[in-house]
Design a protein around this ligand. Structure first.
Ligand SMILES: [Zn+2]
Ligand SMILES: [Zn+2]
Length: 371
């Protein structure tokens, strides 16, 4: 018992030391003080823009960082050395072609304009390709050989299809107390959960007991102890772990928008909170990324846009994991009624490395708690 308590204390201290401050929320873009709006050209991955036109055989400053980007999201497999060079080599060309396939771009293997525009968009930190497999477009090529991947829909799952057990479909969630979220911000997460409970047998209830909740939501900055440090404004926006881990982390450095109507704006450094929340909850429930641009589980989201309604692809995917909500009428969710915004949401994609880390952390946590 004493050991259990001490382990809990250690875990608590780990969490508490990784917090750096309070997240910032704004009802809309015009309410953001100019001092919080960074120079967009220096934020996130904008520096990749200078690599336009680069192709195999060339050498250019920034290609090593681009390789690191592709490695993070699963497009360059783990190698003995992660000290990438600035050479545009075959590995990078191969990664680019797979990326272009996943994002419905022409598979040129070059850094053309449309590919770069997609690469620099803010996104989910979860990888697109995990353990070398993906059910985004690139994974569909494998379907003809092993039948494991989906050929019609483009939703995907984590390796081994982890889900919440049927004995625990009534899930609880809690917010990191140190973030001191207001009720109105918490209500945004509640709306996001409701979108998933409306189509599944799952229910989600907020609890004040953070450390015993099934799902733990927190805003963190930089390195926060799980091997997936946040990168400041834009870039990766958030990430979440596969079931039954339950951790959902958001980048504290973003300018989070809380209005129901984000609208459009020339300001590109603010992100709609509910859009990101709906996407990350999909991961918490076991969905991976989708190549369907209209899907919530598409890896990127444009700053300043809102995309919160589940697409038929999302619904098909979650139904395969949990079945439908008896009250859900699928005819009311035809493609024509889905979100029509062409937001390239800058949500995250987690890669193979991410999943491995996730599994490791989950197993380690489980072992600790068994004592
Ligand atoms: Zn994290
Ligand atoms: Zn994601």
């Amino acid at each position: 018992m004493k050991f259990h308590i001490s382990v809990t204390a250690i875990l608590l201290s780990l969490f508490s030391t990784s917090i750096s401050g309070l997240p910032r929320f704004f009802p809309n873009i015009t309410s953001i003080p100019p001092s919080f709006l960074p120079n967009i050209t220096g934020a996130g991955w904008q520096s990749f823009q200078k690599l336009a036109g680069c192709h195999t055989g060339e050498k250019a400053d920034g290609l090593a960082r681009l390789k690191d980007y592709f490695h993070h999201f699963g497009y360059i497999p783990n190698s003995a050395s992660l000290n990438y060079t600035d050479d545009f080599d075959q590995a990078l060309e191969s990664a680019l072609k797979t990326y272009q396939l996943n994002f419905n771009l022409n598979t040129t293997g070059e850094l053309d304009e449309s590919t770069l525009q997609q690469i620099v968009r803010p996104r989910c930190g979860v990888a697109d390709i995990i353990n070398g497999s993906s059910s985004m477009n690139s994974g569909n090529k494998s379907s003809s050989t092993n039948g494991h991947f989906h050929t019609v829909s483009h939703y995907s799952f984590f390796p081994h299809r982890p889900t919440w057990p049927s004995s625990n479909f009534n899930l609880t969630y809690a917010f990191l107390p140190e973030n001191q979220l207001t009720d109105s911000v918490k209500a945004i997460f509640s709306r996001a959960f409701n979108r998933w409970s409306a189509v599944t047998p799952l229910t989600f209830t907020e609890t004040e007991f953070f450390y015993s909740a099934d799902m733990k939501i927190g805003f963190f900055s930089g390195d926060h102890g799980d091997g997936e440090p946040f990168d400041g404004v834009l870039g990766t926006l958030a990430h979440a772990f596969s079931p039954p881990n339950g951790r959902f982390h958001l980048d504290e450095a973003e300018n989070w928008l809380t209005d129901e109507d984000v609208g459009t704006s020339a300001v590109k450094s603010a992100v709609d909170l509910e859009s990101v929340a709906v996407h990350e909850i999909g991961h918490l429930l076991g969905l991976g990324h989708s190549s369907v641009k209209e899907a919530i589980m598409f890896p990127t989201i444009s700053s300043g846009t809102k995309k919160v309604e589940l697409a038929s692809d999302d619904i098909d995917g979650i139904h395969e994991l949990y079945g439908s909500n008896p009250n859900f009428n699928s005819s009311s969710s035809t493609p024509s009624s889905q979100e029509r915004e062409t937001s390239d949401c800058g949500v995250h994609s987690l890669g193979p490395l991410w999943v491995l880390k996730t599994l490791f952390v989950a197993v380690a946590s489980a072992m600790l708690l068994m004592y």
